[in-house]
Design a protein around this ligand. Structure first.
Ligand code: ATP
Ligand code: MG
Length: 577
């Protein structure tokens, strides 16, 4: 039995109250605080080290918030360092996008923008230093041979036949590797540690490989490139990083990280700490797979509003504050888990409820004619922009004889719990008047195409002087003033919470993850919504202009529905009622 989901948009029980609650701590923050307290460091230096081989996703956002957040809290700084050691997969487009995304999230690296490629000469010298000390050697084995002789978790590896080359021969071969004498894959430089180590990462790990490829920054200056393991810790040491924070899969690399730092004349002593990566239901956080969705044309690009990329969430209308609050909510632990996508939506909805201006928009318009309203008359109503924030002010909204309402707000034969408009029924038009449906016009196919209503002039503003009540309040748009728009409605990118669990990720793609509504009618103020602002269409949800939007051809994305309808359905099913 699945447990019932939490009440829609009620904070899950594990989340601390957002206001007035004590600062949330975590084990890495505690380590930094202790290091500052005992004087081991004056202030922390952290880094966010993306490889520029794709766009950043929400998992990276967790790491960004942690690294920049700790540095800011304890008066240190956080470096943005591109781990650009694999020229075959890296592109300038990705470097630019990553900088833009980190900034948009609200973080600033100041002067501390670095690239591992800035250190290629230094790293090469340190590799030579290892060779000179008998701690590294050139191996002529193929990648397959190296893999086959590495051993397993339970059996030791076997030494390479090239392991005992003389220092002179190694120096000569490594220099010739650099000079470009050998083709890709023919030789590597390996550390000379211990092929019998219980930790496979210490079994003579590869430090340099031959890659004849142009690098986005260093061009054709190099044809040997350091591995992640060789570049990372040494880059940390060069930059004076105190706390090198990474995800749990690097825990088994830490002994190598420490071994290299201990055997090289590096200028500082960084330490590596690991935390659990963010996993999110109904999506995939892997640049490699996201790249595949983009290159196979399954989505509109890296910034498709259904993508879990930062640029996708941004295009969808998620505010950066919502993503930061989500990162705070999920916390930092050492245990792997999968976070419900609904928690991200909860965090974003919470921010939007406080900040988003309210507007009127009708997605599926049905014409209403108010027969007793003077033809040609237009009234301008002052409507509150955000009931949660008086400083957001009011805006003028036109009311006239012909309006659009939402088709689903009318039923010719109202069902038992349907309290909205029906023949003979009176409802409130929000901020305007009470109207009563008098008659229905249908087309030849029997479809309702127009409603004729009367209004009560004494209910202006939305209240009846005689105190009579109505059971529903509808949103509406003046037909003469409305602007048409395309609206894109989104659902999860995948049909199941654990995409790919049966082996084939693509088979789990949700064919209905994007639904296009062509003829929405919006209040005219929406035509001026700037890119980057998310508004609430009253009663419908949060919406943001898409980057495809143009004057005269507006396009809006539904950022989120008002409530978590999906969780509600789940709860109903799960709780058996
Ligand atoms: P991917 O698996 O998506 O390709 P990656 O780890 O290869 O991600 P990097 O560019 O190497 O991507 O990551 C930069 C930083 O972001 C690293 O410190 C990494 O640990 C962190 N990071 C990546 N994915 C996550 C995640 N899901 N949760 C938290 N941190 C992450
Ligand atoms: Mg990586």
């Amino acid at each position: 039995m699945t447990p019932p989901s939490p009440t829609p948009n009620a904070a899950p029980a594990s989340i601390a109250a957002p206001n007035g609650a004590p600062e949330r701590s975590n084990f890495i923050r505690d380590i930094v605080a202790a290091d500052v307290a005992v004087g081991r460091i004056e202030a922390p230096v952290t880094r966010f080290p993306p490889e520029p081989n794709g766009y950043l996703h929400i998992g990276h956002a967790k790491s960004i918030c942690l690294n920049f957040g700790l540095a800011a809290e304890f008066g240190g700084h956080c470096n943005l360092r591109f781990d650009d050691t694999n020229p075959a997969k890296e592109e300038q487009e990705f470097l630019d996008a990553i900088e833009g995304d980190v900034r948009w999230l609200g973080f600033d690296w100041g002067d501390h923008l670095y690239h591992a490629s800035d250190y290629f000469e230094q790293l090469y010298e340190w590799a030579v230093h290892l060779v000179r000390n008998g701690l590294a050697f050139v191996d002529d084995q193929t990648a397959d041979e190296i893999r086959e002789t590495r051993g397993t978790l339970t059996s030791p590896g076997t030494n390479s036949p090239f392991r005992d080359r003389s220092i002179e021969e190694n120096l000569d071969l490594f220099a010739r590797m650099r000079a470009g004498e050998f083709p890709n894959g023919t030789r590597v430089l390996r550390a000379r540690i211990d092929m019998a180590s219980p930790n496979i990462n210490l079994r003579d790990p590869v430090l340099y490989r031959i890659v004849h490829a142009s690098h986005p920054r260093t061009g054709d200056a190099w044809c040997v490139y350091p591995t992640y393991d060789f570049a990372h810790g040494q880059s940390d040491a060069i930059e004076g990083v105190t706390h090198s924070i990474c995800t749990l899969e690097f825990e088994v690399h830490r002994p190598l990280y420490d071994w290299l730092i201990e055997h090289l004349p590096v200028p500082s002593r960084p330490r590596q700490y690991e935390f659990a990566r963010l996993n999110l239901s109904h999506t995939v956080l892997s640049k490699r797979f996201l790249l595949r969705l983009v290159s196979d044309g399954r989505v509109r690009g890296w910034d498709d509003p259904r993508m879990p990329t930062i640029s996708g969430l941004r295009r969808r209308g998620f505010p950066p504050q919502g993503i930061r609050e989500f990162a705070e909510m999920v916390g930092v632990t050492k245990t792997d888990s999968v976070i419900e996508y609904g928690l991200l939506e909860y965090a974003v909805r919470d921010v939007l409820n406080r900040t988003a201006q309210r507007r009127f928009g009708v997605l599926d318009p049905l014409k209403v004619v108010i027969d007793n309203y003077p033809d040609g008359q237009v009234e301008t109503l002052e409507v509150v922009n955000n009931p949660e924030d008086p400083s957001a002010g009011t805006r003028p909204v036109e009311f006239s004889r012909e309006l659009w309402i939402e088709r689903e707000d009318f039923m010719e034969e109202p069902a038992p719990k349907f309290f909205r408009l029906g023949p003979g029924r009176e409802v409130r038009l929000r901020n305007a008047y009470f109207v009563t449906c008098q008659s229905v016009v249908k087309d030849d196919a029997g479809r309702v195409v127009e409603l004729h209503c009367t209004y009560d002039p004494s209910t202006r503003g939305g209240d009846a002087p005689d105190g009579r009540k109505v059971k529903a309040t509808l949103h509406w748009v003046s037909a003469a003033h409305a602007v048409p728009a395309e609206v894109r409605l989104y659902d999860h990118l995948f049909t199941r919470p654990d995409p790919g669990a049966d082996g084939d990720l693509l088979a789990d793609l949700n064919p209905d993850s994007e639904r296009i509504v062509a003829g929405a009618m919006l209040e005219p103020a929406l035509a001026d919504t700037p890119l980057g602002e998310t508004v609430q269409f009253e009663r419908l949800g949060y919406f943001a202009p898409d980057t495809d939007s143009r004057p005269g051809a507006l396009v809006f994305n539904r950022t989120l529905t008002l409530k978590d309808t999906w969780a509600k359905v789940q709860a109903r099913g799960g709780a058996g009622g």
